[in-house]
Design a protein around this ligand. Sequence first.
Ligand code: AMP
Length: 386
Amino acid sequence: MVLNAGSSSLKFAIYGADAALAPLATGLVDRIGPEGRLHLQSPDGAALPTAPGPLSTHGEALETALESLRRAWPALSVAAVGHRVVHGGLAFEAPVRVTAAILEDLRAFIPFAPLHQPHNLAGIEAAMLAFPEAPQVACFDTAFHRSHPFVNDTFALPRAYFDKGVRRYGFHGLSYEYVSGELARRAPDLAAGRVVIAHLGNGASMCALKGGASVASTMGFSALDGLPMGTRCGQLDPGVVLYLLTEEGLSSEEASDLLYRQSGLLGLSGISNDMRELEASKAPEARDAIDYFTFRIRRELGAMAAALGGLDALVFCGGIGENSARVREEVCAPMGWLGLGVDPAANASGAGILSAPGAPVTVMVIPTNEERVIARATRDTARAAG
Ligand code: AMP
């Protein structure tokens, strides 16, 4: 079982614990609390019946989800549980079997990711109670980026902060692991070269990879940096934050809410954080928000090409990267100087290779699958631990 516990949601997936790791079902508890809703579906997207039950806490959400799964598979026995954990700090470069001591270690990273880490850990605690016999495995969004060189890992603050862990960690690592693995399977020559993966969803970041290893990421110390996102601001002059605190009188909670929940595509457009709605809108503010989004992707892409010393492939993934032909076109068309371009028909289909044959940079879409990475790591870590 794979769990991804957020502040008010619990995403889960179950897989057969055999070599094929066949997906059996995915589910989501939305708006954990009195208004909670449970959705369950089979791998082909068909809705499965759900059991009634309370959904007010992460523990209740897990119990009710489990009851629904047991109705569909009466003999269901959970062999191991894998968890998405946003922050592994400097210590965790690989998935780890969670013990009480490890859980304490992971709590130390709460100040680094206060909006995500506590909920991830609540998911682990709920699963430990629900499945006391099953190994629990934590898989980290930061781990993939531990290979960054110093210059992509540091800020120009006094060195003591670097030593205390104030660094550019980078996130979305589970997605990058899946997509880079798929690229290596489909096009090993490209994967061995200079690659940028653009994970464009409600959260968005880009990762530069050399020979399959992450050398730079647009996300930094927090999941706020880099590209603008659905409701997050992306790269921001730190002077703006000082101004908000000292001149606008925002408390740190208000500033956090502004930067994480009211900014990005939503803040710029005043309409929506959802790219589909912005693309459908005729309002100039929607156009402005999409323009800013694609401009910042191009700017960061130039920076990543500089970090890599050139570019062999650009791979799109995430809800926007996989589905928006318009965003892909608006990213690539003005970057012919870097060798980028998409074939209009291939881009409209959104599958596989989108660049013209022989183009200097291969542009691709590879749908991401973070749950599968967690499932694989969980099976392997649980087996290795006996
Ligand atoms: P994710 O967080 O990866 O699930 O991605 C969510 C984002 O993908 C939202 O902004 C959606 O509007 C966007 N998205 C999903 N489907 C489409 C589509 N067909 N066209 C444009 N954006 C889409």
